[in-house]
Design a protein around this ligand. Sequence first.
Ligand SMILES: Nc1ncnc2c1ncn2[C@@H]1O[C@H](COP(=O)(O)OP(=O)(O)O)[C@@H](O)[C@H]1O
Ligand SMILES: [Mg+2]
Length: 144
Amino acid sequence: MTKTWKTNSAEETIQCGRDIGKALRPGARLGLVGDLGSGKTVLVKGIALGLGVRDRNEVRSPTFVILHVYDGKVPLHHVDLYRLEPNVDLTEIGLDDYLTDPEAIAVVEWADRVPNILAGSDVRIDLAITGETKREIRMNTGAR
Ligand SMILES: Nc1ncnc2c1ncn2[C@@H]1O[C@H](COP(=O)(O)OP(=O)(O)O)[C@@H](O)[C@H]1O
Ligand SMILES: [Mg+2]
């Protein structure tokens, strides 16, 4: 199933993420695909809020640390593959456990950098920049 949102501000994208987050079940993995600045991290902020993470400022790009873990009603594992080598061995660097935890939700920015991750995701979300403050967000469920 595909669902599309057109947002006109970061705040609207957060709201969109919030709605997505509320509907997620433990064990879900979401792959986010989109250029730099397309709103992946902003969307994750919304997803975290939808999962009951209290402090939205806690949600920042994990680009430099690869992984953040947030404590919501369901734990949220926020992964950013931007700085990893393409096709890196995820088991070797210890990321695999965070991506396959049945009791958490994993959201992966730049999921297309590691094809296996995208292939193993339940949900794929593509984000596109359509204007200075406009974004198109397309969610595909049942990708797997
Ligand atoms: N409609 C919108 N949705 C999301 N972000 C937007 C929107 N309009 C402007 N922005 C801005 O675009 C930037 C998106 O950044 P970020 O979420 O970090 O992108 P990414 O993680 O995809 O690289 C933020 O500075 C945000 O304020
Ligand atoms: Mg980001």
